[in-house]
Ligand binder design. Structure first.
Ligand code: ZN
Ligand code: ZN
Length: 368
């Protein structure tokens, strides 16, 4: 039964009667809520006749409507829908891409089988899109297929495969990705490094560190960014070295990576604070970090400008009045032996918690 002009179509009633045609007609209704309800009802009825009209409704300007359509299509499991969803993974809108991925996952097994067939297609673009979609489907088998695709003859397929493996974070893909770092195509190499940075498997660490010696500055940049994600003490020294590069493309990500490392980077950075190339960057990072006393965890003061005036060094500090000193209880003290930082109060009372030494220097890092 067609729905007439006056009054709104009763979607619940149409759904109960399984009136697919009536619901399809309601897709054209100017009331957005009616459109939404009929989309949902069509998804629940899982009738294949609704596929074509729903695909048309995917052109709706309203983002919510499009997301509803994708969800409905995900409920109607058919190859036609899988193809469409694979294409939708390339949509400009992030929310739309996400719901397409979720719909593919909801379809599950039939989607996986369809994708396996697509991976053998002669068309490079179809294989590339299938690999990308495989990254979204949480099927155990999928990882094996994506790993195979790392050896595809087409570089775009290999690139997508590396990206998809970075999303899946499966330990089985670590060695194949390390192999892919030697791919003849630079873009594939970059994606492999990025993927390894996402997976953060210790085994790949040394290979990424080696990539810091690559001639291509963008490969080095990606290696730096990947190392920053590991938050491993082993990554700190190589990152400090990369920070010394004149090449801004590498230098700046290294600074950012070290900032994100937190506590594990503090002592290695203190060690290079007087280095002619590394010093000012190291100071910048330490200044930016919230340094804390190793004993009482109070936040340390490391600026040259302090409430009592300008500090120039230890000698001047000793000339300060007791009142100023009290104001400056949070000033940082560095163990001369092991670079452990403490607040003034702790340093005056106790030995270094790191090495039991008791010789400290006032530790100031600010240039100002
Ligand atoms: Zn303290
Ligand atoms: Zn010490």
């Amino acid at each position: 039964m067609a729905v007439f002009g006056i009054g709104k179509p009763n979607i619940e009633k149409l759904k109960k009667k399984k009136d697919v045609n009536g619901l399809i007609e309601a897709l054209q209704h100017r009331d957005e809520n009616i459109r939404k309800k009929s989309i949902k009802a069509l998804g629940d009825l899982k009738d294949k006749r609704a596929i074509e009209p729903l695909i048309q409704a995917l052109k709706d300007k309203d983002e919510d409507i499009r997301i509803n359509v994708i969800e409905a299509l995900g409920k109607i499991k058919s190859n036609e829908v899988v193809d469409l969803l694979i294409k939708t993974l390339k949509d400009k809108n992030k929310k739309i891409r996400k719901s397409a991925a979720e719909a593919l996952e909801m379809i599950g097994q039939p989607a996986v089988e369809h994708l396996i067939v697509s991976l053998k297609n002669k068309n490079d673009n179809i294989r590339r899109d299938a690999v990308k979609a495989f990254g979204e489907v949480k099927d155990k088998k999928a990882v094996d297929y994506i790993i195979q695709a790392l050896k595809d003859k087409n570089r775009n397929v290999r690139k997508e495969a590396a990206k998809a493996l970075g999303k899946r974070k499966d330990p089985r893909s670590v060695k194949p990705l390390i192999e892919a770092m030697k791919d003849e195509n630079v873009e594939v190499q970059k994606c492999a490094i990025q993927a390894l940075g996402n997976i953060k498997d210790e085994f790949s660490l040394e290979f990424i560190i080696k990539a810091l010696k690559n001639n291509d500055k963008f490969i080095r940049k990606h290696a730096v960014e990947a190392l920053g994600k590991f938050k491993s003490p082993k990554a700190v020294k190589p990152l400090i070295k990369a920070m010394g590069e004149e090449e801004w493309t590498v230098h700046w990500p290294a600074v950012q990576a070290l900032k994100s490392m937190g506590q594990i980077a503090v002592k290695p950075l203190i060690k290079v604070i007087d280095h002619k190339n590394l010093g000012s960057s190291a100071k910048h990072i330490l200044d930016w970090m919230n340094l804390r006393c190793a004993r009482c965890k109070t936040k340390l003061q490391t600026k040259r400008y302090l409430p009592g005036g300008i500090i120039l060094g230890e000698e001047e500090y000793n000339q300060w009045t007791t009142k100023t000193k009290r104001q400056l209880s949070r000033v940082a003290y560095k163990c001369r032996n092991c670079d452990t930082l403490q607040c003034r109060v702790c340093a005056e009372k106790y030995q270094c918690p790191g090495c039991s030494n008791n010789v400290f220097d006032v530790f100031l890092i600010s240039e100002r």
